[in-house]
Design a protein around this ligand. Structure first.
Ligand code: PEP
Length: 251
């Protein structure tokens, strides 16, 4: 039985004043939810505040990205995995489609980031997903396989890593993959990961992301291979985010 994870990706949103109320409400609501791992991933600059607000709560936190280099050095503007650990992060999102499309992150770079995250003892949340034109061209599985294999080829083991399937056409668009469409790809991901061992594949948490809301979370989380969600817009509203966490609890 895989323990569900619901992780909020705040993207480039928030303010010190506004985050306070959101974090307090999420931490308070999380006290009533059992059997679900809950996390938020704020912009880097808020990590110290988030650590102070959530330490001792049931809510973990993480980064939205990290540098592929380990150690310290002349990498202006970058944040290392060790720095994220220094601020109590448990998770880090890797290869989000916005990083891939807006900032040109390649599969190889994503794989290096994955390795850097595990070296820093962070749990990577590896995002994979196809563009609309790739889905329409019938190449969804080929795209997912390419993105996954770049990482699978670079590591001996996936460890505790989490995979998030996020069809790019469903992110921030209000268009959600149907539970059946999502399940089909989640099943494919699990079968692909089985090349690292059947036990690894069976234990792997695969999250769905793409316009998940309180109103559609339950039907998605009811699918056999959907183990929670990576939540963008809806993670900025405490009650909506908690409703999604409660849907994971009942799944
Ligand atoms: C995301 O950013 O990972 C995401 C899934 O966004 P949204 O929930 O807003 O579609």
């Amino acid at each position: 039985m895989r323990r569900p994870l619901v992780a909020g990706n705040w993207k480039m949103n928030g303010s010190r004043a506004g985050n306070e109320g959101l974090l307090a409400a999420v931490a308070a609501g999380a006290r009533e939810i059992a059997g679900v791992d809950i996390a938020v991933c704020p912009p880097f600059v808020y990590l110290a505040d988030v650590e102070a607000a959530l330490a001792g709560s049931a809510v973990a936190w993480g980064g939205q990205n990290l540098c592929q280099e380990t150690g310290v050095g002349a990498y202006t503007g970058e944040i290392s995995g060790a720095m994220l650990r220094d601020f109590g992060c448990r998770y880090v999102i890797i290869g989000h489609s916005e990083r891939r499309t807006l900032y040109g992150e390649s599969d190889a770079q994503v794989a290096r980031k994955f390795v850097a995250a595990t070296a820093a003892r962070l749990t990577p949340i590896l995002c994979v997903g196809e563009l609309l034109e790739e889905r329409e061209a019938g190449t969804t599985e080929a795209v997912i396989a390419r993105q996954l294999d770049a990482v699978l080829d670079a590591v001996d083991s996936l460890g505790q890593a989490v995979v998030a399937y996020e069809p790019v056409w469903a992110i921030g668009t209000g268009r959600t993959a149907s539970p059946e469409q999502a399940q089909e790809v989640h099943g494919f991901i699990r079968r692909r990961v089985a090349r690292k061992g059947a036990d690894t594949a069976a234990a792997l948490r695969i999250l769905y992301g793409g316009s998940v809301k309180g109103s559609n979370a339950a039907e998605l989380f009811a699918m056999a291979d959907i183990d929670g969600g990576l939540i963008g817009g809806a993670s900025l509203k405490a009650e909506e985010f908690l409703e999604i966490c409660r849907a994971a609890q009942s799944a």
